[in-house]
Design a protein around this ligand. Structure first.
Ligand SMILES: NC(=O)c1ccc[n+]([C@@H]2O[C@H](COP(=O)([O-])OP(=O)(O)OC[C@H]3O[C@@H](n4cnc5c(N)ncnc54)[C@H](O)[C@@H]3O)[C@@H](O)[C@H]2O)c1
Length: 394
């Protein structure tokens, strides 16, 4: 009885603490909204092609770029007309007046860089996966709470027009309770280089499970992020050193590099509310072609979002569909396409817009640090179950 009372008290305290932090953030947003938001980028890689246009579209200024590789920083600054470059985040924080930092580095550096920026009082937009594991993600969430700053992760697939539209349909209650979901992002020839950071576990945290994590996040988002109960999983390393399965992005092969991540992952996750999720992610499998899909069953209706690629790794060849499935009272099948604007960028620009609009107080954030912690607990459990061969209780 006393335990229950204490737990209730602790929960209320947590809610009050969160509300106070959110109030503090809203007050700061009031002043931020009055001026242009200044963003510094750390990591001048491929994703800058989406972050920079997205931030600018929402009216923010990209003030500077920091990268440990000076040539990468300069080339990116030149391409996008950004005024100043720095050799590190610390140097950029010392040299610039910034409101926010966008972290676009290899996964290993997400947590230390985001925490450094948050401690310096900056809001943070951080690429996915949130970090290497749940422990690091929790440290980031705590740093954001302590600093009273926003921390958004780039789960850009939530920002795809059809996904935002489907989420609205789910929240309207038309599906009833979403009780089972299949989340899949599989590729035939999609290994992002050999021996670079993507295939080195100490830099990436894992292979396609963690890299193509969008499908799992999207499924959990549609389900309302229920509390996980058990995870049973297997990962497979077949083809991870096989050059025939290289993706098309021109990521170099480092002969002396490491390839110690999985090439495919399968998992089954059960939740305390009785629902379940099947996961299938891969970079290299003998399948027809690349496909990303989330198929969900509710107690009233079903639905599926699907992106089928003409050529693996080439967004311009992809076809997106979203359909809702039901039966009429007379027993006829009724499939309704949920039409939404086509977005070749897979929400990557829209999610950067959402970050700025969140800081301006104009939109709700598209991601939440506590959900990211839950997601990474599931990822940790998938790897642990695969390692031990046993189910993992969460
Ligand atoms: N949301 C998406 O759809 C999507 C797509 C691709 C990549 N990503 C994510 O974006 C991140 C970056 O991927 P990428 O493909 O742009 O990588 P990349 O290898 O092209 O670029 C990373 C850059 O970070 C720099 N860097 C490394 N450590 C640094 C540090 N400590 N401080 C400053 N700079 C540092 C490197 O020099 C490099 O220029 C990854 O986390 C990846 O998972 C997300």
């Amino acid at each position: 009885m006393l335990v229950a009372k204490n737990a209730k008290h602790a929960k209320r305290e947590t809610i009050i603490k969160r509300e106070t932090i959110m109030k503090k953030i809203r007050v700061q947003q009031g002043s931020v909204a009055m001026k242009k938001i200044r963003i510094g980028i750390v990591g001048a890689g491929g994703m800058t092609a989406y972050h920079i246009p997205g931030f600018r579209k929402a009216g923010a200024v990209v003030s500077a770029i920091a990268d440990t590789n000076p040539a990468a920083a300069s080339a990116c600054a030149k391409k996008w007309g950004v005024g100043r470059v720095y050799p590190s985040l610390s140097a950029m924080l010392a040299g610039e007046e910034l409101d926010a930092v966008s972290v676009i580095t290899p996964n290993r550096f997400h947590a230390p860089l985001a925490i450094e920026a948050l401690k310096a009082g900056k809001h943070v937009f951080c690429e996915k996966p949130p970090a290497m594991n749940a422990r690091e993600t929790l440290a980031m969430a705590k740093a954001a709470e302590k600093a009273g700053r926003r921390l958004l992760f780039n789960f850009c697939n939530r920002a795809r027009p059809e996904c935002e539209a489907l989420k609205k349909e789910i929240d309207s209650g038309r599906f009833g309770k979403v009780n089972s979901v299949d989340a899949m992002w599989m590729r035939r020839t999609g290994i992002p280089g050999f021996g670079g950071w993507f295939t080195t576990k100490s830099l990436s945290g894992g292979g396609p499970l963690i890299d193509l994590l969008h499908s799992v996040d999207l499924a959990l988002w549609f389900m309302g992020y229920p509390e996980p109960a058990h995870v049973l999983a297997r990962t497979f390393g077949d083809f991870i050193r096989d050059r025939r399965f290289r993706g098309p992005w021109g990521i170099p092969v480092r002969e002396d590099g490491t390839c110690d991540v999985e090439a495919a992952a399968r998992a089954f996750v059960t939740f305390k509310d009785g629902s379940c999720l099947a996961v299938h992610n891969s970079w290299a499998e003998m399948i027809k072609r690349e496909e990303m899909s989330v198929v969900l069953q509710g107690t009233k209706e079903g639905a599926a979002i699907r992106r089928v690629f003409g050529r693996d790794g080439d967004d311009s060849t992809a076809v997106d569909t979203c359909e809702l499935y039901t039966m009429t009272a007379r027993g006829a099948r009724k499939d309704r396409p949920l039409t939404a604007r086509r977005d070749e960028a897979m929400g990557r620009i829209r999610s950067a817009v959402n970050f700025v609009r969140t800081l301006q107080g104009r939109e709700d954030p598209l991601s939440d640090p506590q959900e990211a912690v839950k997601l990474m607990k599931i990822v940790d459990a998938i790897y642990a179950s695969s390692r031990t061969g046993r189910p993992v209780a969460l």
